[in-house]
Design a protein around this ligand. Structure first.
Ligand code: ADP
Ligand code: MG
Length: 257
């Protein structure tokens, strides 16, 4: 999709868990080519919002439009096949598998669905194709020289970057990242930031939940702020940082600092 076209539109999303309203009437959009940050204090509903828009969990009400089509109620696998890839707040790699095989699993999901649609089974030629694609993604993120090491042996920062490679292996239009910088050291965060900027330059659109304000403010084009399940405000990083409601939500410090 051309830069600036609407890729994603979340409209009046609501999610209830019994009496708790985790997401309360939230609407926002993401345009092709931008990096949008979703921020807010712990428990604000960010991960739940991600689960709704990626199809990981069903919405109580509201709708999600992706690439011009209503994807509300579709399964995550189906939405992923249309070009939305996600990572989770907690690393979900297979620690006893190699880097290459972990990324290949990401490529497999999409290819396999395509093959099923064509009425075919996966044969050796397709396996080879998937491994080649996985290798390409490892090169893209600078980890090809470690392709045969076990994922569990990597430092956390590298594991998070590997997770992004796995998501990229499905060739997504939109990459949805839940706290990819959590637990990373300063240098690892810098590397992650560089990778995400490089991906944006290559035309990947990114929606990211992030807790580290300095990291996210430097990275994103636009921010959506949630608090107690609702959307507090949205806008450019500088405007959001200066917003008194946002500062109050963070107990007057974290954002302004
Ligand atoms: P954030 O990612 O912004 O920290 P979450 O989306 O994880 O916030 O959580 C928002 C609220 O919803 C919290 O109060 C949390 O306890 C609650 N919540 C999240 N998932 C569930 C669930 N599966 N069942 C019940 N409550 C949940
Ligand atoms: Mg969360």
């Amino acid at each position: 999709p051309a830069r600036g076209t609407r890729l994603l539109a979340v409209r009046n999303a609501v999610k209830r868990f019994g009496g708790l309203v985790a997401v309360n009437d939230v609407s926002f959009e993401v345009a092709a080519g931008e990096i949008v940050g979703l921020i807010g204090p712990n428990g604000a509903g960010k991960s739940t919002m991600f689960n709704l828009l990626t199809g990981t969990a069903p919405m109580t009400s509201g709708s999600v439009e992706f690439l011009g089509e209503n994807v509300s109620g579709l399964q995550q696998r189906v939405i992923a096949n249309r070009g939305m890839a996600r990572t989770f707040q907690h690393v979900k790699l297979r620690p006893h598998m190699t880097l290459l095989d972990n990324v290949a699993l990401g490529a497999h999901g999409r290819t396999h669905a395509g093959l099923l649609a064509a009425g075919l089974r996966l044969d050796r030629r397709e396996e080879a194709q998937i491994l080649a694609e996985a290798w390409h993604q490892l090169e893209r993120i600078g980890l090809a020289d470690r392709a045969n090491e076990l994922a569990g042996s990597l430092p956390l920062g590298t594991q998070r970057i590997l997770e992004i490679a796995r998501a990229l292996a499905a060739d997504p239009v939109l990459l949805v990242l839940d706290e990819p910088a959590a637990g990373l050291r300063r240098k690892e965060k810098q590397e992650l930031g560089e990778l995400l900027r490089k991906l944006r330059a290559e035309g990947v659109t990114i929606l990211i939940v992030e807790h580290d304000m300095d990291f996210v403010m430097k990275l994103v084009d636009r921010l959506v702020v949630m608090n107690f399940g609702s959307k507090l405000t949205e806008g450019a990083p500088a405007a959001v940082r200066a917003n008194p409601d946002v500062q109050a939500a963070y107990l007057g410090g974290a954002v302004a600092a």
